[in-house]
Design a protein around this ligand. Sequence first.
Ligand SMILES: C[S@@+](CC[C@H](N)C(=O)[O-])C[C@H]1O[C@@H](n2cnc3c(N)ncnc32)[C@H](O)[C@@H]1O
Length: 248
Amino acid sequence: MERILRSLLIRIIAFVKSSFFLLRPGSYLGFLASPLLFIGNSLKLSRWISEQRKKNLAYDDFFRFTRNYEARFKLHEFVADSEKLVEDKIYYMEFGVAGGDSFSWWLKKNKNPQSRFFGFDTFEGLPEDWGIFKKGEMAPDQLEFQDKRYRLLRGLFQNTLPGFIKTEKLEEGVRKIIHLDADLFSSTLFTLTSLAGCLNKGDILIFDEFCVPNHEFFALSIFEESYNFKYETLGAINNYLQVALKVI
Ligand SMILES: C[S@@+](CC[C@H](N)C(=O)[O-])C[C@H]1O[C@@H](n2cnc3c(N)ncnc32)[C@H](O)[C@@H]1O
């Protein structure tokens, strides 16, 4: 009896699905796809934030009425100091360098002459629209730092990162600080999935625009589910706009 019911249910579902596609609702209701995704992701994000809050993170300024974008460096400072990343040799990898504010912050913060700093960016601005920001915005002027330890990789991550992973000999045991500041879902997901094979226990991920439901948060959610990625949250600032995670 159960088998008959189950097979009937499968047929009904298949019929409803096929009829749905036959009616082509995407042609006239397609505009709802993004807002509905936004609602779903906002609910997931709010659940994620409540879960973190229950853990009483060592660094968390929730709730504040206004955002102070510059305060993101307090979170970076907390991570650098509490994880002992000031004197140790590190690999700092930044995805989305633009004018180099956070890149130069880490160059100054870490004192180890053996550390290496890799900055990935088109340096021609965003490759797609992101909210009110249009493709091509955020392109920096000439960029140069007074430090010999860095290298900038110019171009789409999709073009520069695969070759970098193949050729760059990153020593095991040296911690990677991966700063995800590309804002976009596509760029963040690409970066996370590309780096999946190189992530080691203790590596740090810092997100700069985390609580944007359809972008960095969404990319992390998909990555976490698909790669069984395990992490602990180190801290958050600006009501979870910036978040730091540690690979466990
Ligand atoms: C918000 S800005 C980075 C800000 C910077 N970290 C700072 O502290 O000032 C985002 C940058 O990500 C870059 N970006 C986004 N997606 C990219 C991709 N797929 N490939 C290369 N660069 C990308 C854009 O060019 C842009 O410069």
